[in-house]
Write a protein that binds this ligand. Structure first.
Ligand SMILES: [Zn+2]
Length: 350
């Protein structure tokens, strides 16, 4: 499952997005192609959707869409003919039902099955179809808005298929591309967009927001935030279960001066979280340790499994490769045990 941060929460309630939201929603002179980027699971998709809804709204103000006009009703019923939503198929798992039909028209037909997993990328067919639709005149006589979520999922051909409409959009067309990984997008897309960066949430803001929504103590929430999964994903997990496994993994890795980390225990804890998510959490922990050592010039060495600078840099790379390879491994469990054994051996060696 992707940590897309795609739930029905009002982006106006996310304190860390307030400055970007005000900038985006308050501007009358926007570039026709916006690239909204920032860390995963902080609410960028919601912000993109709010912006799209505002642009289509018949009586919008600086605070956003009115929520009551014909256009706003069409968006909330997922039938607005001028809202074009392009997403990778995998995001449909967590796409709110009210948006599914907006996305459906650009997705490959055919139901996913055990043999065919939902695709992680945006297909060239979907991108071509979107480009053709945007050449048509607006159905309601106003703007057309193309919202592309997880835009980094555009493969090269799909990105190429969109270049012309991005460069010279027909009529009053607005593009909003949203991504957590802008560096994965080709430079041809970057050069056609104005980039808007959303700041990472302040820990106190994220903590206060989560505390306002869940009856969970601050210490537990802080442990969860250390995982780097982002407040929106943590909120989702707190509502639907799964936080205990994440807390257990983070706690195991952050124990003070662990004497002898056990690779099978680490692999078991990772397996319970889910392999891709667990490797991402381990990568986040290495990155945080590096940041504490180098960027912030902390005198005391960071605690826990990832405490040696050289080891952390090396582990970050190894974990990244493992994440890329684990999906194609014949035996994912074996691949996981392999990387956990490497982490524990290296920790003992340095
Ligand atoms: Zn409205």
């Amino acid at each position: 499952m992707n940590d897309s941060g795609f739930r029905l929460i009002d982006s106006a309630d996310l304190p860390w997005l307030i400055p970007t939201r005000a900038k985006l929603l308050g501007s009358d002179h926007r570039h026709h192609s916006l690239l909204v980027s920032g860390p995963p699971a902080i609410g960028k998709n919601l912000l993109g959707l709010d912006l799209a809804t505002q642009m289509l709204c018949e009586q919008s103000g600086e605070g956003g869409a009115c929520g009551s006009c014909r256009s706003c009703h069409l968006v909330s019923n997922s039938v607005h003919p001028d809202l074009h939503l392009l997403i990778p198929e995998v995001l449909t798992e967590e796409c709110p039902p009210v948006l599914l039909s907006h996305a459906q028209r650009y997705l490959d037909s055919g139901q996913p099955s055990q043999k065919r997993k939902r695709s992680n990328s945006i297909s060239v067919d979907g991108a071509r179809l979107l480009s053709e639709s945007l050449l048509e005149t607006s159905r309601l006589g106003g703007r057309k808005v193309a919202l592309v979520l997880a835009a980094d999922a555009l493969n090269r051909n799909a990105a190429n298929a969109m270049l012309k409409v991005l460069e010279e959009p027909a009529g009053e067309t607005q593009f909003i591309l949203v991504t957590s990984f802008p560096y994965r997008l080709p430079s041809t897309i970057h050069s056609r967009c104005i980039r808007i960066d959303c700041a990472a949430p302040d820990v106190d803001d994220a903590l206060a927001w989560l505390r306002g929504r869940h009856d969970t103590d601050s210490e537990s929430l802080s442990t969860l935030l250390v995982s780097g999964l982002g407040p929106i994903t943590i909120d989702e997990l707190l509502s639907n279960g799964g936080v205990r496994d994440i807390s257990a993994l983070v706690t195991y890795c952050m124990r003070e001066n662990p004497k002898a980390p056990d690779s099978l225990t680490l692999a078991k804890l990772c397996g319970e979280v889910g392999i891709d998510r667990a490797l991402r959490i381990l990568q986040t922990l290495t990155l945080q340790a590096v940041r504490e050592s180098v960027v912030e010039g902390t005198v005391a060495a960071p605690q826990g499994l990832f405490r040696n600078l050289g080891f952390c840099i090396c582990a970050f790379q190894r974990l990244g490769s493992a994440r890329e390879n684990v999906g194609s491994a014949v035996d994912e469990q074996l691949a996981l045990e392999d990387i956990c054994a490497w982490v524990c051996d290296e920790y003992a060696r340095v």
